[in-house]
Design a protein around this ligand. Structure first.
Ligand code: URA
Length: 211
């Protein structure tokens, strides 16, 4: 799995805001959206396009069109906070959902909702989850999505733990599908409860104000 740590100065500034425990819910939500915009722009540089003709008010010229669908799959709940900024840039994107969470005691993945389908075949999936911690939910999601043969899977995360990267890389490299990951940073480690250190806390709680 190819991993890109997005080195854009804006991503460092946004990440610092997200880490700040004093950021309130509106600040946090807005900043996740800003950082997602940077991640999406970076990760969509090489989508397949074709040349088309377009007519300006003056004359015909050459333009660009995507040759595939973009499919966003946020992992509920925290991934939902990354959907709106991508739709703002590319409103034609299709949005499917996976609901998976960690059992807080065993840290194993529990799936409670899935709405993905054959429209995935041959198209690029953007799998959205701000925190790659143990890697359980992302690994589960990759396995589910791979069943529908996407062209590739681009994973967008804000913070990764080294433990999660290792687990997801293993699953990705054995999936038979090109999978790449973009993140703002790889943090130090997981704590005993599966939270990332130094991290930013519980991303879902901070996006939805349920702390
Ligand atoms: N999920 C979060 O929201 N935060 C973490 O630190 C780990 C998993």
């Amino acid at each position: 799995m190819e991993i890109t740590i997005v080195s854009h100065s804006l991503s460092g500034i946004f990440l610092t805001k997200l880490r700040d425990k004093n950021a309130d819910v509106s600040n946090f939500r807005e900043t996740i959206e800003s950082l997602t915009t940077v991640l999406f722009v970076e990760s969509s540089k090489s989508l397949a396009t074709e040349t088309i003709e377009v007519e300006t008010p003056f004359e015909k010229t050459i333009g660009t069109k995507l040759v595939e669908d973009i499919i966003l799959i946020p992992i509920i709940r925290a991934g939902l906070g990354m959907v709106r900024p991508i739709l703002n840039l590319y409103p034609q994107a299709i949005v499917m959902h996976i609901g998976a969470k960690r059992d807080e005691k065993t840290l194993e993945t529990i799936s409670y909702y899935s709405n993905i389908n054959e429209r995935i075949e041959g198209n690029t999936v953007f799998l959205l989850d701000p925190m790659l911690a143990t890697g359980g939910t992302l690994s589960f999601s990759i396995d589910e999505i791979a069943k529908f043969s996407p062209e590739r899977i681009n994973i967008l995360t804000v913070i990764c733990a080294p433990e999660g990267i290792e687990r997801v890389s293993f699953v990705a490299d054995n999936s038979g599908i090109p999978i790449a990951l973009w993140t703002a940073i790889i943090d130090r480690q997981l704590d005993d409860n599966g939270y990332i250190l130094p991290g930013l806390g519980d991303a879902g709680d901070r996006i939805f104000g349920t702390i």
